[in-house]
Design a protein around this ligand. Structure first.
Ligand SMILES: Nc1ncnc2c1ncn2[C@@H]1O[C@H](COP(=O)(O)OP(=O)(O)OP(=O)(O)O)[C@@H](O)[C@H]1O
Ligand SMILES: [Mg+2]
Length: 375
């Protein structure tokens, strides 16, 4: 990657920035570096920066639909929460799908113009994230970006393309690896990162994980939302709801606990707000992500050195937004007991920032030559 400073729009705080060992241009011009760990997720982007900035926002980009919405909003583009709030006036892009830029890589199902539009939105999203870091205009930005464990070479190339306007040096690492690194769990552990588009698993055994240590499953929060929606359409066909209402209910009430208070939502039936009990559907949808995760865990354990299999099974870490389902760690442990002959699972401390925190630590630890090797 290039190591020249980019023309960043913000020029504020420089606290925490250090001087570049590789300086731009002549040997006597030293530039400060701001290190950024970025979890560029399908549903949320989070950054943790060496200047202390931490931000997280929905991975959404919106453009005014017409001249009226443009006049009303007074801007060409909106990001994150503002997109959700103003979505009726916007053409909304969620440019990442299953953790990679839609239409990049080997996906031939996306039309060329749609792929291009998603690429533009992804580029703007990355720019927005970097702007939120408030790096001084003349500093270098070194950024470690978390991507799904099995992102293909083409997907990675698209990420680099999206990043190159605002980032000077980049490392793309696997999401669960950055979570593990941030927790300083570098050996004898299995890390599960439950995102929106994917669930990523990674086996940590004291060295850089390789392809066979990592698995990406399509089962994440999006699939759970689709499942909940399908179950509710069947059991309550009279109720009107949108996908956003499903996501809101899930993020408020998700649980796999067998005992819990009834889960009640007030949704319209023939235009009239009506209280609906969605307890069973919520539990069934939330539980549906457990079997595929345990199956993948089982494969990662079984293909490992037999002497260390038990240690791995008993040190499973759960991160990502989806890990916030109530009772999930215990339920996965129980399911592992039943199907893998034992297992212990615990949740990471900061599910939303765990990936970005870890990526920031990686960025600080990696010597310059690694940036070239890994990017
Ligand atoms: N309390 C909660 N219970 C269940 N799911 C939740 C909760 N809070 C957030 N989620 C879900 O977590 C998912 C987002 O997690 P995360 O931010 O880790 O994903 P991401 O990094 O954007 O996705 P990916 O890693 O797949 O690219 C979404 O599906 C969101 O609805
Ligand atoms: Mg993620």
């Amino acid at each position: 990657m290039a190591t020249t400073g980019k023309n960043k729009d913000n020029a504020n705080s420089s606290t925490g920035a250090s001087k570049a060992s590789k300086s731009k241009g002549s040997a006597d011009t030293e530039q400060s570096i701001v290190w950024i760990g970025m979890d560029l997720g399908t549903s949320r982007t989070a950054i943790a920066c060496s200047n202390g900035v931490r931000e997280s926002f929905p991975s959404l980009v919106g453009y005014p639909k017409d001249i009226i919405s443009h006049k009303m909003l007074g801007t060409d583009v909106l990001y994150g929460k503002d997109v959700i709030a103003r979505r009726l006036s916007l053409n909304v892009y969620r440019p990442l799908e299953a953790g990679v830029i839609k239409g990049s890589g080997d996906d031939k199902n996306v039309a060329a113009d749609e792929a291009e539009a998603n690429m533009t939105a992804a580029r703007q999203l990355v720019k927005h994230a970097i702007r939120s870091a408030n790096a001084p205009a003349d500093s270098l930005v070194y950024c470690v970006i978390g991507a799904p464990a099995e992102a293909s070479i083409n997907n990675r190339h698209a990420l680099l393309e999206a990043a190159k306007e605002v980032i000077d040096s980049v490392i793309i690492c696997s999401e669960p690896f950055s979570v593990a690194y941030g927790m300083n769990v570098l050996t004898d552990a299995l890390v599960i990162d439950i995102g929106a588009g994917t669930t990523d698993l990674c086996r940590m055994h004291g060295t850089m994980p390789e392809a066979e240590d990592q698995v990406t499953l399509d089962h994440g929060g999006d699939i759970l939302d689709a499942k909940l929606s399908e179950l509710l359409k069947k059991s309550h066909p009279e109720v009107s709801f949108s996908l956003q209402m499903i996501v809101d209910a899930k993020e408020r009430f998700s649980t796999v606990r067998s005992t819990s208070d009834p889960i009640l939502v007030t949704w319209p039936v023939n235009g009239r707000p009506t209280e609906i009990d969605i307890t069973n559907e919520m539990k069934e949808a939330c539980f549906s992500i457990i079997p595929p995760i345990v199956e993948a865990l089982g494969k990662l354990v079984a293909s490992f050195d037999p002497e260390f299999q038990e240690v791995l099974r008993n040190n499973v870490l759960l991160g990502g937004g989806g890990s916030q389902i109530r009772g999930l760690a215990e339920a996965i442990s129980d399911y592992m007991d039943e199907h893998l002959g034992g297992g212990q699972v615990r949740q990471v401390e900061e599910p939303v920032f765990a990936g970005a925190n870890g990526a920031l630590l990686i960025s600080k630890d990696m010597p310059p030559e690694y940036w070239e090797q890994l990017s």
